[in-house]
Design a protein around this ligand. Structure first.
Ligand SMILES: [Zn+2]
Length: 305
């Protein structure tokens, strides 16, 4: 069996020309994975739009309804940073369905990768920083509620702090939130994760990987999770438009191998989402995101064949 990869054509919703959010990267990532032979068409799983009641495991009904109907006020809408459209509502919900499916397949197969997800700045009653509904938090709540997992560890290595996720699970002993991010990046006001590791601006591959290695194995033995949700944001790259760290493509590949092999070696399933990544060179950006799927394919083959 091959690594399960999750994708839906609706991950791409139209935005006004020149909008700073790189929406087209999701479709281009699918194309690159197919064209480079990273994934065969039959490896791809298509999610469905989840019932609203699952989104409401994390978000307030008032916010979910107002967002879906396009009746948020101007200030709330600007905080999200993406112009409302029916297509974007569908995209937002399908992407949540994608992370739920990724977690389900990870529990079945040991490892699975989404080609979207990681909307970690979304809070229960408002969205922020391109994030509308918190897919990571919703997936946690769904599987905890179904009794399929007892403890979840969220490993958030996006360059930005997973502030929404940290806030949502601030009093939940069943979900451990770990965020390693650049301390001077957005959000200006940080929340308190169960473990925050703020990194100095300009940190490069070696120091980054050593820091990660000094936390991850201990976290796994301390938290003893039944599932890891991994946010593999590539806005840690030196050429990222928003991130202020200095990782290279090689550094990213080493990071993904480190996270995935450390978790799978101790038998913990990992559900991966791609997280943030911002660049004008779309081909380079899409390649950076695909490093996750390339590394996951290696780890999956080493473990199961
Ligand atoms: Zn980010």
């Amino acid at each position: 069996m091959d690594l399960p990869i999750i994708y839906h054509p609706d991950y791409v919703a139209p935005l006004p020309p020149g909008h700073r959010f790189p929406m087209q990267k999701f479709g281009m990532l699918y194309d690159m994975l197919i064209n480079d032979g990273v994934g065969k068409p039959e490896q791809f799983h298509q999610p469905v739009r989840p019932p609203v009641k699952l989104i409401e495991l994390v978000h307030t009904p008032g916010y979910v309804e107002a967002y879906c109907q396009g009746s948020l006020d101007g200030k709330q809408q600007r905080r999200i940073g993406l112009p409302w459209s029916e297509a974007l509502v569908n995209r937002t919900c399908v992407a949540v369905g994608g992370t739920i499916l990724t977690a389900k397949l990870a529990l079945e197969c040991g490892l699975a990768c989404n080609t979207a997800g990681g909307t970690h700045h979304a809070f229960p009653d408002y969205g922020s920083g391109f994030c509308i509904f918190n897919d990571l938090a919703i997936a946690c709540r769904v599987f905890l509620q179904e009794g399929l997992v007892r403890r979840v560890l969220i490993v958030d290595l996006d360059v930005h702090q997973g502030d929404g996720t940290a806030y949502i699970f601030r009093d939940d002993p069943n979900v451990f939130t770990f965020s390693m991010h650049c301390e001077v990046n957005f959000p200006g006001i940080k929340q308190k994760s169960d473990l925050d590791v703020p990194l100095a601006e300009g940190m490069g591959d070696d120091e980054y990987l050593q820091t990660l290695g000094s936390y991850l194995p201990d976290l796994l033995s301390h938290v003893k999770p039944d599932l890891v949700l991994y946010d593999a944001g590539v806005d840690t790259h030196r050429d990222d438009k928003l991130g202020k760290l200095q990782l290279t493509d090689t550094g990213l590949f080493c990071r993904e191998m480190q996270v995935l092999s450390t978790c799978t070696k101790v038998g913990v399933p990992v559900a991966c989402v791609i997280g943030g990544g911002y660049a004008t060179d779309m081909a380079a950006l899409v390649y950076r995101h695909s490093i996750l799927h390339r590394a996951a394919t290696q780890v999956y083959q080493q473990r199961w064949f």
